[in-house]
Design a protein around this ligand. Structure first.
Ligand SMILES: [Zn+2]
Length: 170
């Protein structure tokens, strides 16, 4: 797994500290109870929305952008793509999570957000094993497609919220 830090205000020492902390999070509990075999990269970026959009375009993933409105702005997104017939996944995180992770006050909050995305990686893997390659529903544009999209979002956010606290007690 590769960790890419695209944050101009971080010097090299800070990048190394943050990278070490991310690696520690992924190889210790509760992450060890997740199936993260398909996780290729964690990208920490100053331009979260733009990074998600260009990643979706680069890998031919259905372009859905990320949540950003008057109520909430997403700070992370897990993207799934296929290479050589194999599922791969990337977690893109807003840069503001990184400094929080290395402070006493911010660690718990930042770890929760990162584990939430890792739960998506785990769920995406198991769903691909059960259902195969996801269908690009939005391109169809009919009512059933929109209902499917909504059901998909509800499921993924529900299961990520349920799986994470469960893993803490295993
Ligand atoms: Zn989520």
């Amino acid at each position: 797994m590769e960790i890419i830090i695209n944050v101009t205000s971080f010097n090299n020492d800070r990048k190394v500290t943050i990278e070490d902390e991310f690696r520690r999070l992924v190889v210790t509990k509760p992450s060890t109870n997740l199936n993260l075999n398909t996780l290729e990269q964690i990208v920490i970026t100053e331009e979260c929305g733009q990074e998600i959009l260009s990643f979706q375009q680069r890998y031919g993933i259905e372009v859905t952008g990320h949540t950003s409105n008057e109520f909430v702005t997403a700070v992370g997104k897990t993207l799934t793509w296929e290479e050589d017939g194999k599922q791969k996944q990337t977690v893109i995180l807003d840069w503001r999570i990184a400094p929080a992770l290395i402070t006493e006050e911010g660690r718990q909050f930042a770890s929760h957000l990162i584990h939430h995305e890792l739960c998506h990686v785990h769920d995406n893997y198991h769903r691909s094993v059960i259902f195969g390659k996801p269908i690009p529903w939005l391109k169809k544009g009919d009512l059933f497609s929109y209902l499917h999209c909504h059901a998909d979002i509800v499921w993924t956010e529900y299961i990520a919220s349920v799986v994470r606290p469960t893993l803490l007690y295993i």
